[in-house]
Design a protein around this ligand. Structure first.
Ligand SMILES: [Zn+2]
Length: 161
């Protein structure tokens, strides 16, 4: 499953990439270009624009109308519709910035590339081979887990009991 997100869903695109999904995102594409790209690359168009959603489906382009207000709500909707696991496995994660699969990188190769304190504190690092961004499970990881937990709870609520 591959996706393309409209200009209003940049944050969601980054979340989905972290969850390992292949998501193209452009913030300045015209609707027609978004639809053409979705069709050509067999990507599901994710949009917050009901009119665009309707135009796309009328043209037989796979589209999903994202309604949720918070990221947790949006992620729950996508998990429900597409069966996306709401857990980050960094072995499968894509770079939130550029959608390239990140690679685990031996710590000693990163000396001088990350702040000294970070380098001292953490042992596992991942690097994006395309844009060079470096990732680790730092202090922000608690917030990431909390959002995913909230998404999981939202998803549970939608299941029949
Ligand atoms: Zn990257």
């Amino acid at each position: 499953m591959k996706f393309i997100a409209d200009g209003m869903l940049g944050k969601l695109a980054r979340w989905l990439r972290m969850l390992g999904q292949d998501v193209e995102y452009f913030n300045q594409l015209e609707d027609a270009e978004l639809m053409a790209k979705a069709k050509k690359e067999h990507r599901v168009l994710l949009t917050r624009d009901l009119e665009l959603y309707q135009r796309a489906t009328a043209k037989n382009i796979d589209a999903f109308y994202v309604e949720g207000k918070t990221e947790a709500e949006k992620l729950a909707e996508l998990a429900k519709r597409f069966g996306i696991p709401l857990q980050i496995d960094l072995k499968l994660s894509r770079c939130p910035k550029c959608n390239t699969q990140i690679e685990e990188t031996p710590k000693d190769e990163l000396a001088g590339k990350v702040k000294e304190k970070t380098f001292r504190y953490y042992n596992e690092f991942w690097e994006c081979p395309k844009c060079g961004s470096i990732y680790w499970q730092g202090a922000h990881w608690g917030r990431i887990r909390a959002t995913l937990k909230e998404a999981e709870e939202n998803l549970e609520k939608t299941k029949p009991t």
